[in-house]
Design a binder for this molecule. Structure first.
Ligand SMILES: C[S@@+](CC[C@H](N)C(=O)[O-])C[C@H]1O[C@@H](n2cnc3c(N)ncnc32)[C@H](O)[C@@H]1O
Length: 323
């Protein structure tokens, strides 16, 4: 097999904590170049892996010698590996299509892969000049160009403020509105630089937060994550695990709050001595604090620096008690 072009983050920790093994099925919602998938396979598990990026699917199909079994959605299969071109928010329909109803683990390594970032024409990076694109799924119609050039000022300000946690969101959105149409990444970088106060230009790359915000909006990253966490839990066997690697606080908060709510769903007023709402904990959170990479990993792979892994195990299911 050829080497993967993306260094999997928190690899050993993720593989260990997802407890893959013979007879188990793990869903890898974010195949990328197959780094984590390979770790699960090497431990003897079967893997169903999804990616919305057609290029990722095709590269892995080639590298892992898989054969095509369906066209819509595009599915490739090998001995223990099935890869599907799909958004992970469609997790349920993908599993039904494969006649799989329960799995032993569902895993997400969120965000953009190195090949996506490093291919200038994908338009994800402020380091290369390219058309404004940023679509992970290139068959999707909405691109970064649409967000930048057609969204109204209030919506654009909200996106940059909320998804980029950018303190100069309003100034940046105002400058974008004045400069429209903006066609390329470098044009956008110049507009952002013009909008920011001089003192802010040296802190980090001035376009970092705005680019992150636009990317999240283009790919509906937070919406897809929220939907697929619910679906993942639904399809998990008792004792099965959900594992998520996130790369910024917005994603991490969604995961943390989801796990917390499923671990302690009781809605009874605190003053009641006993629970009367009947809502039982569905998961046990395994990582009370998120697992983060050590200094060596961050030195070897800059992408890892903000990674956080959270894992929860399913401990209760309505189905089991026949409700
Ligand atoms: C960080 S990379 C995963 C890398 C992978 N773990 C590896 O070791 O090679 C994230 C991948 O998830 C995919 N992705 C992101 N959001 C997705 C979504 N909503 N549905 C399906 N795939 C998604 C991206 O296209 C990208 O290939």
């Amino acid at each position: 097999m050829k080497t993967v072009e993306h260094l999997p983050v928190l690899f050993h920790e993720s593989v260990e904590m997802m407890k893959p093994g013979p007879g188990k099925t793990i869903v890898d919602c974010t195949l990328g170049r197959g780094g984590h998938t390979k770790g699960f396979l090497d431990r003897g598990a079967s893997v169903i892996a999804l990616d919305q990026d057609l290029e990722a699917i095709k590269k892995v199909a080639e590298n892992f010698n898989l054969h095509k079994v369906f066209d819509n959605p595009l599915v490739y299969k090998g001995d223990q590996l099935t890869v599907v071109h799909a958004n992970f928010k469609q997790l349920s329909s993908v599993l039904y299509r494969l006649s799989v109803f329960e799995v032993d683990g569902v895993f997400w390594d969120l965000g953009v892969s190195s090949p996506q970032f490093d291919e200038p024409e994908r338009g994800f990076s402020y380091r290369f000049d390219a058309k404004l694109d940023m679509r992970m799924d290139q068959s999707q119609s909405i691109t970064a160009w649409d967000v930048v050039n057609t969204y109204d000022l209030d919506e654009l300000t909200r996106i940059i403020r909320e998804y980029g946690e950018e303190r100069y969101a309003k100034r940046i959105a105002d400058q974008i509105a004045i400069a429209r149409p903006i066609n390329t990444t470098f044009e956008l970088v110049e507009v952002i630089k013009k909008a920011m106060p001089k003192r802010a230009l040296s802190e980090q790359h001035p376009a970092k937060r705005t680019f992150q915000a636009i990317r999240i909006a283009v790919n509906d990253e937070l919406g897809a994550l929220t939907t697929s966490l619910e679906k993942g839990l639904e399809h998990l066997k008792l004792g099965g695990r959900l594992g998520v690697i996130s790369f910024h606080s917005l994603e991490d908060r969604i995961v943390k709050d989801f796990f917390k709510e499923k671990e302690d769903p009781c809605t009874c007023p605190k003053r009641l001595p006993v629970c009367v709402c009947g809502k039982k904990p569905i998961v046990k959170v395994i990582t009370k604090k998120p697992v983060v990479p050590d200094a060596l990993e961050v030195e070897e792979n800059r992408r890892a620096h903000s990674a956080k892994l959270r894992v929860a195990e399913k401990i209760y299911s309505d189905k089991e008690v026949g409700k």
